[in-house]
Design a protein around this ligand. Structure first.
Ligand SMILES: NC(=O)c1ccc[n+]([C@@H]2O[C@H](COP(=O)([O-])OP(=O)(O)OC[C@H]3O[C@@H](n4cnc5c(N)ncnc54)[C@H](O)[C@@H]3O)[C@@H](O)[C@H]2O)c1
Length: 347
């Protein structure tokens, strides 16, 4: 399979194919950049339609981690792992140990962590084969609460910039996805006086939000057209696309989901529609910031992690003001800022 000619290949430093016949492990690890430090990024367990689809995903995700870590001010580069197959049937101790060996063979150029379909328990098994693991229970633990805090502060920054409001009282927010991050975010928004409109495929989460947070439950396809101030994508990627942009009434998009824009040009489309977009990898960096403090040589400290996560507010303000003064899309400006940080780090 050709790698260097792929559109998603961005001079990645290393792309490693890993397999272990006995456990059924088939995985790809991509180290996009180690300019700012060892590459860090989670490992995703996904039943890809093809090896090509897995390669494309790991190339894109690892590059995204380089930009995310740079914008978060971390001394980390970007990398990602993908394990190919159905997590429900393939997960085993032997498979995670084999993945750990593959990570270990990179000698600290890549630190892994949880991502979709991988739990802290799974990572504890990976940790039996390698020390290059983060997000472990008893250390930095579950990153979701930190991601939720960063996203909440990002929404506050966007509301301040777009609506000139210092508080969220009465601000209407439509949240798509009430998972680990989305629900925690909703709790913070509710406590801050925001009015919630929520959707999810999980009826239990919806009932809980209605009861505990006085949220209005709306249908999966109705979330985009809610008459709200903020649309907060907290489920899957690519929810910002031609169809959803046409329906949006919100003037702010600020949520935790990765890869929110279906296509690059949707960044410009949002600018033209007067919608302020908080770039996904800037607003959702709380989790990786917390994980980073476990990777650094100093002992992990939740207080220091929280302080760093709080800086997401300022970083987003810089993105918003720079984008506005140049009449450029916010995603484009964030990419440019990240590339500058990496270029300066390389000097
Ligand atoms: N967990 C983190 O720290 C973290 C960090 C950075 C980015 N993210 C991103 O944030 C998003 C949410 O992460 P999470 O950890 O909360 O995941 P999660 O799996 O706990 O939650 C996802 C939620 O989305 C719901 N959902 C799935 N399909 C949906 C649909 N079509 N419409 C509405 N809801 C749907 C699920 O039922 C679930 O409640 C993901 O895109 C993830 O990649 C998470």
């Amino acid at each position: 399979m050709a790698v260097f000619d792929l559109v998603d290949f961005d001079n990645h430093e290393q792309v490693v194919y890993c397999s272990d016949e006995a456990s059924g492990l088939k995985a790809i690890i991509a180290v996009h950049s180690t300019v700012l430090g060892p590459a860090a990024g989670g490992c995703r367990f996904w039943d890809y339609a093809s090896d090509e689809a897995a390669l494309k995903d790991v190339l894109r995700l690892s590059k995204g981690m380089t930009y995310k870590n740079a914008m978060a001010g971390l001394k980390l580069g970007g990398g990602k792992g993908v394990i190919i197959g159905d997590a429900k049937t393939l997960k085993s101790e032997a498979l995670f140990k084999a993945f750990g060996h593959a990570v270990n063979n990179l000698n600290g150029r890549y630190y892994t962590a949880e991502d979709i379909n991988i739990t802290t328990g799974d990572m504890a098994i990976v940790n039996q084969s390698t020390a290059y693991v983060s997000g472990l229970e008893g250390k930095s633990g579950n990153p979701a609460p930190f991601t939720a805090l960063g996203t909440f502060l990002g929404i506050k920054a966007a509301v301040k910039f777009k609506l000139d409001r210092d508080d969220l009282t009465g601000i209407k927010v439509a949240v798509q996805g009430l998972g680990s991050v989305g629900y925690s975010l909703c709790e913070k928004l509710h406590a801050a006086g925001a009015q919630l409109f929520v959707t999810d495929i999980n009826p239990v989460a919806l009932d809980r939000a209605a009861t505990e947070l006085n949220a209005t439950v709306v249908g999966l396809d109705e979330i985009y057209s809610q008459d709200v101030d903020v649309y907060s994508p907290c489920a899957l990627g690519a929810s910002i696309n031609d169809e959803s942009i046409a329906q949006l009434k919100a003037t702010i998009i600020a949520g935790c989901a990765n890869n929110q824009l279906a296509e690059k040009h949707h960044d410009q489309a949002l600018l033209e529609k007067g919608i302020l977009y908080a770039p996904d990898y800037v607003i959702n960096a709380g989790g990786i910031i917390n994980v980073a403090l476990e990777i650094y040589p100093e002992p992990y400290c939740a207080k220091s992690a929280t302080k760093l996560v709080e800086n997401i507010y300022n970083t987003l303000m810089t993105v918003f003001t720079t984008a506005a003064s140049n009449n450029m899309p916010t995603g484009f400006i964030a990419d440019e800022m990240a590339r500058n940080i990496i270029a300066n780090g390389a000097k």
